[in-house]
Structure formats: structure tokens, C-alpha cells
Design a protein around this ligand. Structure first.
Ligand code: ACO
Length: 427
């Protein structure tokens, strides 16, 4: 196909301007407006970036209308069902799935790097016991940059990968320590004998003592299904193209700051409840509703135009049909319900809301479907993970995506400092 263009005409002056249309490999094409200001003396206006492609990327693809999500071309359903989170990390960083030997080496390196400098561990003492783990996590990741100054100037592939492996492996330790600090209980160090996800659950749950104990009656093992469920949650969160927190990470990258500071900024952006903080809000809301007989009253509030009440875990800026990650988690939730013998009032409230929302005109006409956070909050509750750790768990899964996007930005010779303009309407 030859070059395609689009011509825009100013209806006052009659001037016309022609712009190239850039072809994507999947999804919408993009009008190249990079010279628009130079050509016309005007800016484009798109608050919230609803029509703006902020970069070129080869990492993740989403088709919101079809409910499709792919990492490096591979559908999320295949990754979640047939591959582990470690394989997904390797895929995002290296653009292909690992061979057996490569996976073994990668997994071992991630286990080795999970320990924190003792100086960094002391930082936690500076924070009050009741600090939210997201705040501590963001601060500790910024502090991590002080230990690795050499990650500022990187040119070789091995340097980028070492920097990425370090943050991916240390994030679960930093998150688990943030949680244990919030309870005022001793840290559990990583265990080199355990895989990524089991290690994190152990650091979160175990009791210190001569022999590592998960429960009071000896050495109870974490159930396989619990490890598989959390590993799947990490995989589903691993990347999501140019969402709010990733846009923040790229923005910080554009100024030349340290990569871990960019990740810390991404963590802060994720914390908000319109983004990753929604998983915590979902459970808080379900607990607030409390019982199935109160659901109808809350649905009435959602529909009332004079009430700002929103159902947490519903709606998405990009998915307007369904969130494919939510579909996978719905199945996992049903499986867990059976295998862990769960039958709580919280689940009953969640099922009733889901049932109403999927059949109600208000939700259907606005394309409001349960998103990933609706089910992840319920599953994490089933895994006995405390609410305050829901968003940190999102962080653990997403770190690989942020750092892969950071590296892609750095390698892109066309990248520029993020510097949008404005429509000034002040005095
Ligand atoms: N409950 C009730 N109504 C809603 C909801 C909701 N959760 N979400 C959107 N709406 C309604 C709005 O009131 C609006 O209705 P109107 O046209 O009558 O005014 C309409 O749907 C469109 O809403 P917008 O806010 O314009 O949609 P947008 O795409 O900007 O927002 C967002 C997406 C922020 C996710 C929104 O749906 C929301 O607040 N959801 C709840 C929080 C949540 O679950 N966030 C997690 C997102 S997934 C993630 O970050 C991992």
C-alpha cells in the first residue's frame, strides 16, 4: 500500500495541511501530527489523551472493542493458562519466550537478587507503623536507586537487563517488608529455595523461628492452587500498554532520571483508586455494602445522576466490550471457590452486583463490565491477603511492564522529553 495522508482545512483561512498516516501492525492507524504546531501555529487539544498515541511501541497490544490483550504478540489467555509469570517476564524483556535452560538461568538469577542491602532495610524504621504499604513501597524503591548509581548511564543490552532483573526480583521483598513493617512484625528474608511467587507469599505470611513456619502446627506448605492463582494475577498485571502509571514512567524516563525513580513514580500513579487502587476499593465497597439485601439500594445510588457513587471494579477507559483479564480471573475465582471451599457473604454480595450489572440497561448502555480489579480483589481476599497489599501486588506484577517500557523508551532514538502544551484561558 502506498503512503496514506490526511488533509486538514482551516475553515476560516482556507489553508490546508497534509499529514502522513502511520500504519500500525494491529489496531488503529495514527495521524503523524509532529509538525502541526510548526505548520499551523496551533496546538491539538486532548486532555486525558483519549485520542493521542504518545509513543511507538512493540510490547503490548490491546483491542478494547474485541476485548483482546497480547504481550509481544501472544494472547493473554495462552500466557495465563500455559506459562508462568517468570516466563512472561522473560517474554516482555526479550521479545520471545525462554527455552528451558534460559528459563532456569533467569529464574535462578531472580532468586539470587531478591535480597536487600541491610542499609535499605533500616529505612523502614523511619516510617510510622500505620503507613500504607504503597507509600513505603514508593519511598523504598526511590531509596533503592541510591544503591545502584551505575544504572544511570547504560548502553549495552546486558546492563539494561541487569538493571531490570534487579528491580523485578527485589520488588516482592520490598513489598513484603513494607507490609510487615506496617504490622510492626519482623521481616522474613527471601528463601533461595523458593520460586518467585511462593517466596513472596512466604515473606508475607510466615512466622519467624528456627524453622520457617507458615502455620502454628509445624511446617504447613502454601497450597499449590494459591501459588498458581497469585502467579496468574501477576501475569495478568504484567503490562497494559500506555496506561496512566506507564505514561508516568515514560515521562520520568524522558527527563533522564534514574530508572528506579521512574518506577517509584509509576507506583505513586498506580496507587489512585481510578487506577490500581481500585482493587482495594472493591473490597472496601463490598464490605461497606455488607449484605445481599442492601445491593439494590447501592445500584440505585449508582444510577442517580445527582450521586457521585461509582461501583468500584467496573468500567475501563479502553475495554468497552469486556476485559479479557477479568474473564480469566472469573474462572479462577470459581475454581478457588470450589477448591478452597469458600462461601462468604462478601462473595455473595459480589455475585449479586455482577449479576445486576451484566443485565442492567445503565451498565450495558455505558459498556460498564467488571474489570480485572473486581475479581482480583475477591481472589486476593480468598488467598488471605490483606486489603492494604492488593495494590502492592499489582505493583509486583506490573514492574516488569514498567521497566520494559522504560528500556524501550531509552532505546528509541526518536524519543523526546515529555512536554505537552496547554489551552491558556487565564488572565
Ligand atoms: N460505576 C458507575 N458508573 C460508571 C462507572 C462505575 N464504575 N464508571 C463509569 N461510569 C459511568 C460514568 O458515570 C459516565 O456516565 P454518564 O455518561 O452518565 O456521565 C460513563 O459511565 C462514562 O464514564 P467515564 O468516567 O467518562 O469513563 P472513563 O473511561 O473516563 O473512566 C474508569 C474509566 C476511570 C475506569 C471508570 O470506569 C471508573 O471510575 N471505574 C471505577 C474504578 C475502577 O474500577 N478503576 C480500575 C480501572 S482498571 C485499572 O486501572 C487496572
Amino acid at each position: 500500500m502506498g503512503k496514506q495522508t490526511m488533509t486538514l482545512t482551516n475553515n476560516i483561512t482556507g489553508d490546508s495541511y497534509t499529514y502522513d498516516i502511520l500504519q500500525s501492525t494491529r489496531g488503529p492507524s495514527v495521524v503523524d501530527l509532529r509538525t502541526f504546531f510548526r505548520d499551523t501555529g496551533m496546538f491539538t487539544f486532548d486532555p486525558g489523551y483519549t485520542s493521542t498515541a504518545s509513543c511507538e511501541s512493540k510490547i503490548t497490544f490491546i483491542d478494547g472493542a474485541k476485548g483482546e490483550l497480547r504481550y509481544r504478540g501472544i494472547p493473554i489467555e495462552k500466557l495465563a493458562l500455559e506459562h508462568s509469570y517468570m516466563e512472561t517476564c522473560y517474554l516482555l524483556l526479550n521479545s520471545r519466550l525462554p527455552k528451558d535452560r534460559e528459563l532456569r538461568d533467569f529464574d535462578l538469577e531472580i532468586r539470587h537478587r531478591a535480597y536487600l542491602h541491610t542499609g535499605l532495610c533500616q529505612l523502614y524504621d523511619a516510617f510510622p507503623d500505620n503507613a500504607h504499604p504503597m507509600a513505603t513501597l514508593s519511598a523504598a524503591v526511590t531509596a533503592l536507586s541510591t544503591f545502584y548509581n551505575d544504572h544511570i548511564e547504560m548502553n549495552r543490552e546486558e546492563e539494561y537487563l541487569e538493571m531490570a532483573h534487579r528491580i523485578i526480583s527485589k520488588i516482592p521483598t520490598i513489598a513484603a517488608f513494607a507490609y510487615r513493617h506496617s504490622l510492626g512484625i519482623p521481616f522474613i528474608q527471601p528463601d533461595i529455595a523458593l520460586g518467585f511467587t511462593e517466596n513472596f507469599l512466604t515473606m508475607l505470611r510466615a512466622y519467624p523461628g528456627g524453622k520457617m513456619r507458615i502455620g502454628p502446627y509445624g511446617e504447613e506448605k502454601i497450597k499449590e492452587i494459591e501459588i498458581k492463582a497469585l502467579d496468574t494475577i501477576f501475569t495478568l498485571h504484567a503490562d497494559h500498554e500506555q496506561n496512566a502509571s506507564t505514561t508516568v514512567v515514560r515521562g520520568v524516563a524522558s527527563t533522564g532520571a534514574h530508572p528506579y525513580v521512574a518506577i517509584s513514580a509509576g507506583i505513586s500513579a498506580l496507587w489512585g483508586r481510578a487506577h490500581g487502587g481500585a482493587n482495594e476499593s472493591v473490597i472496601a465497597q463490598l464490605e461497606y455494602i455488607g449484605s445481599v439485601d442492601r445491593v439494590d439500594d447501592f445500584i440505585k445510588r449508582v444510577k442517580d445522576p445527582n450521586d457521585d457513587f461509582r461501583l468500584m471494579g467496573f468500567g475501563h477507559r479502553v475495554y468497552k466490550n469486556f476485559d479479557p483479564r477479568a474473564k480469566i480471573l472469573k474462572k479462577l475465582q470459581d475454581q478457588l471457590k470450589e477448591e478452597l471451599d469458600l462461601d462468604s457473604e462478601l462473595m455473595a454480595v459480589a455475585s449479586r452486583i455482577e449479576e445486576i450489572a451484566l443485565n442492567d440497561e445503565y451498565f450495558i448502555s455505558r459498556n460498564l463490565y467488571p474489570n480485572i480489579d473486581f475479581y482480583s480483589g475477591i481472589i486476593l481476599t480468598a488467598l488471605k491477603i490483606p486489603k492494604s497489599m492488593f495494590t502492592p501486588i499489582f505493583v509486583i506484577g506490573r514492574t516488569v511492564g514498567w521497566i520494559t517500557q522504560w528500556i524501550e523508551f531509552k532505546k528509541d532514538r526518536a524519543s523526546k522529553i515529555a512536554r505537552p502544551r496547554q489551552l491558556y484561558t487565564g488572565d
